[in-house]
Design a protein around this ligand. Structure first.
Ligand code: NAD
Length: 257
């Protein structure tokens, strides 16, 4: 099989959490282009439906599924719905995440818990539900969205819960990769640098910082969601068959300096 053929995902089924917008939406489009059926999974069902109907024009099966990744019953139901609809689950992109900024000494327990629940527990619950299905089927590929914040402490924004949650995702991914290596379920993560999505562009705290980030970024700019498409498509399919437990930093060399 040639390398371009190994990058194809024809006949596979993927879900993308946080798929309604931003990085998830862009990657969902790429998975469709590579031939996969896609479930656009999001807590914002209205936006997920809009995204799903846009992606349906790409020619593969696309559905929207409402799911809060912090709720185990909803997560398990989400996987059941997808398998009932498409017949299998081959690729899970556990990507939903939130970012908040509170100085550590002022952060309430609820503020801490919310970020950990969505970013870390949400990845565990979605990966666990996907992993169970994939083990039963004989294999699959799980990709989680960590962040360069798993590796460095971003400045000047105070986001210790976010940074800790993403470092947790990184170690969770390695742990699952080892546990499931003999079961043909591969687990990897991506660690994006600053990307121009609502997470950044709709945050009154973060908007004023963009120019500062650009000044210290080797490439002098932030990234676009489409610049994460290829790495996820690669990790989803046969081209990455010996790649598991790995993390792919895509940050324009931000963490290299
Ligand atoms: P975004 O805000 O544009 O999109 C996130 C999506 O996740 C939204 O559609 C939202 O409704 C959904 N979501 C939030 N909580 C959810 C929940 N509990 N259950 C289900 N869906 C939920 O953000 P984005 O920039 O596309 O971020 C996607 C991922 O990338 C996140 O994990 C984020 O931490 C990570 N990331 C983003 C950047 C960046 O600079 N934008 C950098 C590194 C990592």
């Amino acid at each position: 099989m040639g390398i371009l053929e190994k990058m194809r995902l024809d006949g596979k089924t993927a879900f993308v959490t946080g798929g309604a917008r931003g990085i998830g939406k862009s990657v969902a489009a790429a998975l469709c282009e590579a031939g996969s059926n896609v479930a656009v999974v999001d807590v914002d069902y209205q936006e997920a439906e809009k995204t799903a109907s846009e992606l349906q024009t790409l020619g593969t099966g696309v559905i929207a599924v409402s799911c809060d990744v912090t709720d185990q019953d909803q997560v398990n139901q989400m996987v059941r719905t997808i398998v009932e609809h498409f017949g299998s689950l081959d690729v899970a992109f556990c990507n939903a995440g939130i970012c908040t900024n509170y100085p550590a000494e002022e952060m309430t327990f609820e503020q801490w818990k919310k970020v950990i629940d969505v970013n870390l527990t949400g990845v565990f619950l979605t990966a666990q539900a996907a992993g169970k299905q994939m083990i039963q089927q004989g294999g699959g590929s799980i990709i989680a969205t960590a962040s360069m914040s798993a590796h460095i402490v971003n400045v000047p924004q105070p986001q210790c819960a976010y940074n800790a949650s993403k470092a947790g995702v990184r170690q969770l991914v390695k742990s699952l990769a080892v546990e499931w290596a003999q079961k043909n379920v591969r687990v990897n993560s991506i660690s994006p640098g600053y990307i121009g999505t609502d997470l950044v562009l709709s945050s009154p705290t973060l908007i004023p910082l963009i120019e500062q980030w650009k000044k210290v970024s080797p490439m002098g700019r932030i990234g676009r969601p489409d610049e994460l498409q290829a790495v996820v498509v690669y990790l989803a399919g046969e081209a990455s068959s010996f790649t598991t437990g790995s993390d792919f930093v895509v940050d324009g060399a931000f963490t290299s300096i």
